[in-house]
Write a protein that binds this ligand. Sequence first.
Ligand SMILES: C[S@@+](CC[C@H](N)C(=O)[O-])C[C@H]1O[C@@H](n2cnc3c(N)ncnc32)[C@H](O)[C@@H]1O
Length: 417
Amino acid sequence: MATDQTRRIFADALTRLNSADASALLRYHFRVAIPTPDEFDSLTESTPLVAALRDRIAREGPITFRDFMEAALYDPRHGYYATQDASTSRAWDYVTSPEVHPIFGTLVAKQIIELWRALGSPARFDVVEPGAGRGLLARDILRRAAREPGFADAVRYHIVERFGRLQRLQEASLIEAEIEPARVTWHDALPRMGDGCVVSNELFDSFPVHRVANHNGRLRELYVDLHGGRFVDRLGPPSTDELRAYFDQLGLLPGDGCIAEVNLAAAAWMQEAAASVGRGYVLTFDYGYEAPELYAPWRRDGTLLCFYRQSASSDPYQRVGRQDITSSVDFTTLRRAGEEAGMRTAGYTDQADFLTRLGIAEGVATIARERPAEMEEYFARRDVVLALIDPARLGRIRVLLQAKDAPSGPFTGFVGE
Ligand SMILES: C[S@@+](CC[C@H](N)C(=O)[O-])C[C@H]1O[C@@H](n2cnc3c(N)ncnc32)[C@H](O)[C@@H]1O
């Protein structure tokens, strides 16, 4: 939840930045649910991926939603992320903070430079970014790094990317920005690092999740079955004991009659990230909540959301392999996973707070004050700032900083003035 101070800062920013066209901009650019006709439901759609999933279910019986989502997003030939390239990116289905404006990456770089200093300004500093999308965060961090004496020579950037098409998009963004190629290395999995920082934006919310339901106080799992050629939900016993253990550790269950998601991969990945860092930090930006809020009894249908051409729906059985599927992250479990792997929580806030504390509003005010002639730039920036810190949109993204064998602050993005 935003602190009183955030609310004050935000209200202040709004008075300075408010504009009549902001809502139109938000409607156009961000995740807004605008109903679209069901052009491609699972009955009429016949793609190789849908056919393969139907065959699998016919052969093996109902599969977990986790397996369905894994195939829909990550099937190596037909999955949503495996098939993204420059042509699909023109009509990208969702917009993330690095894509809104370079100011996001510039401020993240400012925070990372402070982390580097906290470690004693080591001569080499690895920044590792898993799931780098089009490479825009990498581009903006490296651009800002180039202006920072000492850090410019120390930084090595590593992108963890499984898909060749996305890697080529990332390379293109970096080449266009004239980033020195030797600064960036690509990996299939998290590399071993020395001193450094793992930074991710909207990574965990794209991990395949189990869907569960509390059915009269008993934990059940939702499987994907076929009915008349369509994919449908089917309740069954939990596919793994890890699901019960997950809720036992939290000491809660989703509300009676509620459906919820369980992202077992997120905690496992956080532990791997902790193991990969020699000395340093893991900095995470993602949509999510604390467990009691995520699994609150009023959240009847969970948080699963699908995105297609910037429209949201809650039906994962449409446009299989051609729409994004996400779910909100359980930050209680994510933090605990890091702590169990030897990290300390060094900061936890929301993106509105984080960017405000790092000075996002000042950049806009400076243009208005020092370059009054550049009104176009001023209005463009003002709208961008509004979008990145709006608590109803990107501003509500949670920001978590975890430290391993490294000072835990205070750091500018996480401390009050
Ligand atoms: C929602 S996109 C976010 C892209 C980018 N970070 C941005 O902010 O625009 C999530 C990305 O994470 C990638 N991803 C998912 N699991 C991954 C993993 N285990 N390792 C590396 N990347 C992963 C997906 O392939 C996808 O490209």
